[in-house]
Write a protein that binds this ligand. Structure first.
Ligand SMILES: Cc1cc2nc3c(=O)[nH]c(=O)nc-3n(C[C@H](O)[C@H](O)[C@H](O)COP(=O)(O)OP(=O)(O)OC[C@H]3O[C@@H](n4cnc5c(N)ncnc54)[C@H](O)[C@@H]3O)c2cc1C
Ligand code: SF4
Length: 508
């Protein structure tokens, strides 16, 4: 008997282990284990999405004639995946098949369980990525510093995406310069209604289980509206392609109060659970471009996120684990403020971003990078605590993508491994890219004084603290030149204000 283990983020309708398998000689095991929701304090939205999508997938497999053992949370005695696997391995397995995981910890657990039970384990490649791990490692070679832009160009050529012969379509590899606009005073115009995915009985049961077993976990379920089946994921993709892709590019970095979704695609959870394949997502965007329904900056900007950033992050995660998990290049040791779990802070930008995160399990890239991530880096929050928060609260969070984005991009905790400089910004950036600052108790242009914006104070303090290393970095030199224009008194006042803020982070 073959035991096929399907993890919560492996809900592939065309699973490689089942493609040529004999249903009479194959059992599938899917487990909801408490430890997966507690090793980080997983939000109710995230846990519900995983459980509901897993349960729908198990039903789909059974309807196709597969034997599926599904262990639902609260109905079995196993606290961890490993305990459940060890039990199954005792009874019914001559071999185990599993697609390579997106979490180093889970890989170790399965290898340990199989070794302990003396059952051979075969890892199958994850076909939901467009470069395999060996080829990524070959591309990376022994380079100390990896750059996404070079990787992305290689992927464009390799897959013939937006290429005219050997040249990029439109003569440019990227249109970033056109894709950094704010909404202006009038705010986002022409937002379309999102498709509704009303919770069916399986989702309602998943919600009830989460409310019962994870009652004290963060987040709310009142607005749960994530695709839990492939059919729903395709509907979400189609809605984006029809109504929002055309507006995605120019304002992909912009933010607006009480508008959590704007023109973003909202497909990351479907991609990461493997309800969607990146190839079909890219093909759909290319089709809009070829039909003249979306312009190049939007289509290129969108494809770069998937063919570039998503694949790059996955490659670098597997290359750099387990060391990536303990990176702390800036020696940051400040504890995570409690309000990260409630959103109860007076900083309007943080309040908005965290509140929508707890409500929907979602914030878009710039909110994650330049609001919560920027604050965490400027305040010197401990990377491992911040990474655990990101892994807990987002519906699309799996470690292969969460960790490199958080530790590597947002916190500069991996140094220059794949970003040239820290993504540090003051309140001026948030004022330019959003309307959060209007009505905030703080003033984005004030570094010191009773209404000084914490982002701004901590930005200058950050430059002050890391002046020597940033001055040596040509990409950061301009920031340091601006710092050095300040008088000694101004720098001292910023330092005093920052120290006071850091001593009272829970009340900020
Ligand atoms: C600190 C931090 C943590 C993050 N954690 C996660 C995470 O746990 N899971 C996750 O899927 N993404 C993560 N991202 C990347 C990005 O924020 C999300 O993929 C995106 O916001 C999801 O929303 P969307 O589907 O509407 O994406 P869109 O903005 O519409 O982008 C389209 C798609 O591109 C991909 N993508 C975009 N940016 C990235 C990126 N930097 N890395 C990998 N894929 C990308 C996603 O699959 C996304 O669905 C993180 C970014 C930061 C800065
Ligand atoms: S003033 Fe500062 S804290 Fe307030 S919203 Fe703007 S950037 Fe955020």
């Amino acid at each position: 008997m073959s035991l096929v283990i399907i993890l919560g983020d492996q809900l592939d309708a065309d699973h490689p282990a089942l493609r040529d398998a004999d249903a009479a000689k194959t059992r599938i095991l899917m487990v909801e284990a408490l430890e997966e929701s507690t090793h980080v304090w997983s939000s109710k939205v995230r846990s519900t999405l995983f459980f509901s999508a897993m349960r729908h997938h198990a039903e789909h497999l059974r309807a196709q004639g597969w034997q599926v053992d599904y262990l639902r949370l609260g109905t079995h005695p196993f606290g961890s995946l490993k305990e459940a696997w060890l039990d199954a391995l005792q009874h019914q397995a001559d071999e185990v098949l599993c697609v390579e995981t997106g979490d180093h910890r889970v890989t170790q657990m399965l290898e340990d369980a199989c070794a302990q039970a003396g059952v051979p384990l075969t890892w199958l490649p994850d076909e939901h990525f467009m470069i395999n791990r060996a080829d990524f490692a070959k591309w990376a070679g022994k380079s100390k510093q990896l750059r996404m832009e070079m990787f992305y160009r290689m992927m464009r050529k390799r897959h013939g995406v937006l290429m005219v012969g050997d040249e990029p379509a439109g003569g440019e590899w990227n249109f970033d310069a056109e894709n950094r606009k704010s909404f202006g005073k009038s705010g986002p115009q022409g937002l379309s209604a999102l498709p509704r995915f009303e919770p069916d009985s399986l989702t309602q049961q998943a919600m009830a289980d989460v409310q019962q077993h994870l009652a004290n976990h963060p987040g709310h379920l009142d607005d749960f509206n994530w695709p839990v089946t492939r059919a729903q994921a395709l509907q979400a993709l189609d809605a984006f392609m029809q109504h929002r892709l055309v507006r995605f590019g120019p304002t992909q970095d912009a933010m607006w109060r009480n508008e959590p979704f704007l023109f973003h695609s909202l497909i990351s959870s479907s991609l990461n659970l493997k309800l969607l394949n990146p190839r079909e997502v890219i093909a759909a965007a290319l089709q809009r471009y070829e039909q003249g329904e979306a312009d190049l900056p939007s289509v290129e900007g969108f494809i770069r996120q998937i063919l570039g950033w998503r694949e790059f992050m996955r490659g670098v995660y597997h290359l750099d684990m387990p060391a990536m998990k303990s990176g702390n290049h800036l020696q940051a040791h400040q504890p995570l403020p409690k309000w990260f779990w409630t959103g109860q802070t007076r900083m309007a930008c943080m309040q908005q971003t965290i509140a929508q995160t707890l409500q929907h399990g979602y914030a878009h890239h710039i909110q994650r990078l330049m609001v919560t991530g920027n604050f965490a880096m400027l305040a010197g929050l401990t990377p491992q605590e911040v990474c655990d928060w990101y892994l807990a609260v987002y519906v699309d969070a799996v470690e292969w993508v969460e960790l490199p984005n958080t530790a590597g991009m947002a916190l500069f905790a991996l140094g220059p491994r794949f970003t040239t400089k820290p993504y540090a910004a003051s309140g001026a950036y948030i004022k330019r890219m959003s309307n959060y600052c209007e009505g905030c108790v703080y003033k984005p242009d004030q570094k010191t004084g009773p209404q000084a914006c914490p982002m701004t104070t901590l930005y200058w303090h950050f430059l002050n603290t890391h002046e020597a290393s940033l001055a040596a970095n040509p990409r950061a030199a301009l920031m340091i030149k601006n710092l050095q224009r300040l008088s000694a008194e101004e720098r001292q006042a910023i330092d005093d204000q920052a120290r006071q803020a850091l001593a009272n982070l829970d009340k900020i």
